[in-house]
Design a protein around this ligand. Structure first.
Ligand SMILES: Cc1ncc(COP(=O)(O)O)c(C=O)c1O
Length: 434
């Protein structure tokens, strides 16, 4: 090529949640059954979308109008419905025009960072959900900029770390929060959210709040939305139906802009996002039409409540099995459907192994772990994959210095759930003792 095609930022694009699948596929080809604990797709874990919800969607699919483009910002009745839903909580008030639909939050995330001046940064949590951290890093042509979530303090954000990084890095223009969090399953307490808003206010920043799991909390926790705490600070909440309905294949999510009128620069940023979607024409129509019908159905809230209770029960089962392993830092979860389990310092080294019966798979793992500088948690994850057929995601891939792995709380079959987590525990014990 006459010029180098790729931008510097392109090397920051990685998504281990799907990368690990390539390795698991190789192991599977040699006859090993795989338990997929890597991806947050409830449908893949046999969640059945209720019949009444599928009837609403199939009725919509029979209407000709569902097949057309919709307005660029999204179906107006749906945006009015969602604005009302937000406004009922009494926090930052919005109008239908403060909502912009996307083809899933993946699309929203990619666009959000793309239009920020490349010298400016949005600081996000570590461990980081890679869609945010990769997109932000790619826009800035630099490594992700993160504040710590602390496994020794319930995975709450380390506010001193956040404050100092914001204070000493004048290029930071925004703070990302993910509440409830992926990958830790942590739910931000009210005071922490208020303190983050205070930092944003002090340094004249905007807040980006990924709330895709906002209505997935359990074991007594509730998640406060950004709108409830933001006061007059500019901010954007990102919401969607991939996890909540759950309908990840709908590719449907949206942004809500708060306090657009309070800052001219922020207002221009929101307009640029609106224009970017206009250039694309619009986002998926049919799922938008389904949102008010499903969310206002009297069966919706009880349905979500019962599903949350089930996830909470799984969270307790996992805590029962892994909570007592002395070499782990284990935090019970309260929201979303993941847990990040971290090895204590110095318990991992590069000689540990697990017995792998299949010769071909043993050879594969030995090749993978011989890669120079491989993270110690990746070694464990690869050994467990081949020895037990359990596919989890190493936490070092979530922009973190910690060593551990992420699991999901999605297994519908309780016997299989108990078996999987007992196998994980046995793998940890055997690996550490080897
Ligand atoms: C925190 C978070 N945000 C966004 C997404 C992407 O959601 P969508 O399916 O709407 O693209 C995910 C998916 O796992 C997620 O965990």
């Amino acid at each position: 090529m006459r010029h180098k095609i790729l931008s510097e930022g392109a090397k920051e694009l990685s998504y281990e949640i799907r990368e690990i699948v390539k390795k698991a596929d190789l192991i599977q080809r040699n006859g090993q059954t795989i338990i997929w604990e890597n991806i947050g797709d409830p449908i893949r874990k046999h969640n059945i979308v209720p019949e009444w919800m599928r009837t609403i969607i199939s009725d919509l699919a029979k209407e000709n109008a569902s097949y057309s483009y919709c307005p660029s910002k999204g179906v107006i009745e749906t945006r009015r419905f969602l604005a009302d839903l937000n406004n009922q909580k009494g926090g930052a008030q919005i109008k239908a025009d403060d909502i912009l639909f996307f083809n899933g939050l993946g699309d929203a995330i990619a666009k959000a960072y793309q239009f920020i001046n490349s010298n400016l940064r949005v600081i996000g949590p570590s461990p980081a959900y890679s869609t945010h951290s990769s997109a932000e890093a790619a826009h800035a042509h630099q490594e992700p900029l993160t504040y710590k979530l602390d496994p020794d303090n319930h995975w709450y954000p380390d506010l001193e770390d956040l404050y100092n990084k914001v204070k000493y890095n004048p290029n930071i223009i925004g703070i990302l929060i993910i509440n409830p969090d992926n990958p830790t399953g942590m739910v931000y307490p009210l005071e922490i959210l208020q303190k983050i808003v205070a930092i944003a206010k002090e340094f004249d920043l905007f807040i980006l709040s990924d709330e895709i799991y906002l209505n997935i909390t359990y074991n007594g926790a509730i998640a406060y939305s950004l709108a409830e705490v933001i006061g007059d600070v500019p901010g954007i909440a990102m919401k969607g139906i991939s996890k909540e309905f759950p309908w990840p294949g709908s590719r449907c999510g949206w942004m809500e802009y708060y306090n657009r009128g309070k800052d001219a620069d922020f207002d221009k940023f929101c307009s640029a996002l609106d224009n970017a979607k206009m250039i694309e024409v619009c986002s998926t129509t049919l799922p938008q039409l389904a949102i008010p019908k499903i969310m206002s159905d009297p069966r919706y809230i009880p349905y979500r409540k019962s599903l949350n209770e089930t996830i909470g029960k799984r969270s307790q089962i996992i805590a029962e099995i892994l909570g007592q392993v002395p070499q782990l830092k284990f935090n019970p979860t309260y929201g979303a459907f993941y847990n990040t389990i971290v090895f204590k310092e110095d318990v991992l080294h590069d000689k540990q192994t697990l017995p792998i019966a299949h010769e071909g798979n043993r050879a594969l793992v030995e090749k993978w772990v011989s890669e120079p500088g491989i993270d110690l948690d990746k070694r464990f994850v690869y050994y467990m994959l081949a020895a037990k057929g359990i596919c989890v995601v190493p936490i070092s891939s979530f922009c973190s210095d910690l060593k551990g792995f992420r699991v999901t709380l999605l297994e519908e079959d309780e016997t299989l759930l108990r078996q999987t987590f007992t196998d994980i525990k046995d793998a940890i014990v055997a690996y550490l003792a080897s």
